[in-house]
Write a protein that binds this ligand. Structure first.
Ligand code: GTP
Ligand code: MG
Length: 615
């Protein structure tokens, strides 16, 4: 906005502006002819924000041409100046009060405006909604109220205009207030105030009008100054999207540095941090800057690198936060408002790339809550897809959990874009996390189970005959850490003891079953492993597999896919889990026989195999 202010009404006005003052962007909405331009013109005039002589000049022109003076003409005249390359933007005006500078937008139905609002290029912190007292609530009064709610503008004041046309009758005002309050409440918007005004005459704009002695609330200017500015990002909780992880190689040590730009808040060496969505923890050892002195602290807007007290194994894309700060949400389901710009509509069943902070994940449209046609501003609840230039409230489901804030809590981590075919096709704001019980993923498992045709042999009968429970044993760890040797010993000893055990490593699968997949499709890898495990354990087997580079979410997916049989997770060497605790933790390259003892002992303890087995 500071940049915008430089192009303000006229140079001498700019010079009088104190840039250190607070700034606020507001939007004015309302039905056609209800008086938006008049309110703006009046605000500019009453705050002495007009170029010198402009008002008189326009009044004079009106007199000469025998037209009644309109504030809309005044704004048009200012726009004309802009056309000559001198002053203001078509949709924006600037004025100032004792408290702050305002930029007011007057084009809420405009596609550019909507696009800017949802993608974050423009953000209105408050809105004035104008209703004609004589005409009452009209269609656009409703649509605009709805739009404000969708755009997340929560500070709203309703101006009941043209009170002069209804003799400043309190009853007319109260009736509109009652009806419109109920409507806005249904949209989740609670207006701060309703103000009876007559913009044409300046009533209750800058000064209290004697005609509305019954009204004790603020004037429009007082209300504007009472709106709160959004907090400066430095005052918000610390959020650091990890763009890159570098390894120090020069000193031959294992230290890593996490690089990126601090999105909000501040942090200092010694602070405990958490990485999300992996939930890994560490403590900041140092704050590094490229060719700048070390200060030990970093705050929002700074591009920095962090080193840590403990070794961390995190991937770029995670969000680093201060452990003691309010935490972001972590979920695979997000409720969001999006503005769609893609040539192809946003549809269900298609995979898009969602970019939020440093995270990049595959996302699908799980549900459309409602769609607002941006040009018509018609709301529709039964649309099956989101067309170009629609604004929609949707539920998105990501292939992996991501960390985010709601737009109200944090702008930087509450916005995202959707990429379709390498192009940004939509921008959105996060409204919140959604319960994942109804996720598409779980739904697909439920569907699979309902189509699964089984014979008459019950799982309990099978277990009785085989002498053991079915079980999935996943052995995880980095490559070449002895997973395969261990798996083979376990398989051999179980089979020797008469158990139905079978080992298949992920590398076997990569060569065979998943040969058609690229390495990047690790999501699909995991899904297929989970499905395969489900068949094996459903057949009553103890299925053993080895896999490298898995995290908490991968294990959770495999667990869900494999259910109802249970999973045992064995780690060999360092593992990449955050909150998840493996069942058996072994050192790298363990002595296979002893390590197998430990795993079999665990299975015995869980009654997978009988205590009397000597395996
Ligand atoms: N009597 C009376 N007329 C008003 C008042 N405010 C605005 N008007 C008149 O209402 C008409 C519409 O006002 P505008 O300010 O142009 O309305 P608008 O909402 O900007 O209209 P659009 O931009 O076309 O949507 C004009 O003729 C104004 O003079 C008021 O307080 N009292
Ligand atoms: Mg207008």
């Amino acid at each position: 906005m500071a940049a915008g202010l430089r192009h303000c009404v006229k140079k001498d006005t700019c010079d009088r502006m104190d840039i250190s003052k607070e700034q606020m962007t507001i939007v004015i909405v309302g039905h056609v002819d209800h008086g938006k331009s008049t309110v703006i013109g009046r605000l500019l005039a009453d705050t002495d924000s007009l170029p010198k002589g402009k008002l008189e000049q326009v009044r004079e022109t009106c007199r000469r041409t025998a037209k009644p003076f309109e504030y809309a003409f005044l704004l048009d005249a200012l726009k004309d100046e802009q056309a000559q390359g001198i002053t203001i933007d078509a949709a924006r005006c600037f004025f100032k009060t004792a408290r702050r500078h305002y930029m007011v937008f007057d084009a809420p139905g405009h596609i550019e405006f909507l696009k800017n609002m949802v993608t974050g290029a423009a953000h209105a912190e408050a809105a004035l909604l104008v209703i004609d007292a004589k005409e009452g609530i009209r269609e656009n009064s409703r649509r605009h109220g709805y739009l404000l709610s969708m755009l997340g503008v929560r500070q709203v004041s309703v101006l009941v205009n043209k009170m002069d046309l209804v003799n400043f009758d309190q009853k007319v005002f109260e009736d509109i207030r009652r009806e419109y309050t109920a409507f806005l409440a249904a949209q989740g918007v609670t207006p701060r105030t309703f103000i009876p005004i007559a913009a044409l005459h300046g009533a209750n704009i800058a000064a209290h009008a004697p005609e509305t002695a019954w009204y004790t609330g603020p004037t429009v200017l007082e209300q504007l100054d009472a709106f709160e500015n959004k907090k400066s990002p430095v005052a918000l909780p610390f959020r650091f999207p990890v763009q890159d992880i570098y390894k120090f190689t020069a000193e031959g040590d294992d230290r890593r540095i996490a690089a990126g730009t601090v999105d909000s808040g501040h942090i200092e060496a010694g602070a405990d941090v958490v990485f999300l969505p992996s939930y890994k923890k560490s403590r900041i050892a140092s704050v590094e800057r490229f060719s700048a002195p070390v200060t030990g602290v970093a705050e929002s807007g700074e591009a920095v690198g962090f080193t840590f007290d403990t070794q961390i194994y995190v991937k770029p894309g995670e969000l680093m936060v201060r452990a003691s700060d309010p935490q972001p949400q972590v979920s695979t389901r997000i409720r969001a408002n999006i503005f769609w710009m893609g040539r192809a509509p946003l549809i269900k069943g298609k995979s898009y790339k969602l970019k939020l902070a440093a995270a990049r994940v595959q996302a699908t449209l799980a549900d459309i809550v409602r769609v607002l046609d941006a040009s018509e501003l018609n709301a529709s609840k039964d649309k099956q897809q989101v067309e170009r230039h629609d604004v929609a409230e949707v539920i998105l489901e990501t292939a992996k959990a991501i960390a985010f804030d709601t737009i109200l809590d944090n702008e930087g981590t509450g916005r995202f874009v959707l990429v379709d075919n390498y192009e940004i096709a939509g921008g959105g704001i996060v409204l919140g996390a959604v319960n994942t019980d109804d996720s598409l993923f779980k739904e697909s498992i439920r569907a699979r189970d309902s189509y699964w045709l089984r014979g008459g042999v019950a799982a309990t009968e099978r277990a009785l005959r085989y002498g053991h429970q079915p079980k999935l044993v996943v052995i995880c760890g980095a490559v070449n850490t002895g997973k395969k040797a261990l798996a083979e010993v376990i398989e051999r000893r179980l089979v020797n003891a008469g158990c139905k055990a079978y080992y298949l490593g992920i590398s076997n699968m990569a060569r065979g079953l998943v040969a058609d997949l690229k390495a990047a499709d690790s999501e699909e890898h995991i899904r297929r492993l989970g499905e395969l495990s489900h068949i094996m354990t459903d057949a009553g087997l103890i299925f053993i597999t080895t896999i490298s580079d898995v995290d908490d979410q991968d294990i959770e997916k495999i667990r869900l896919l494999n259910a109802p049989a249970e999973i045992a997770v064995v780690t060999v060497g360092e593992h990449g889990f955050g909150r998840f605790r493996p069942d058996v933790e072994l050192p790298a390259l363990p002595a296979a026989e002893q390590a197998a003892d430990q795993v079999l002992e665990f299975l015995r303890g869980k009654n997978v195999i009988g205590a009397d087995y000597s395996i």
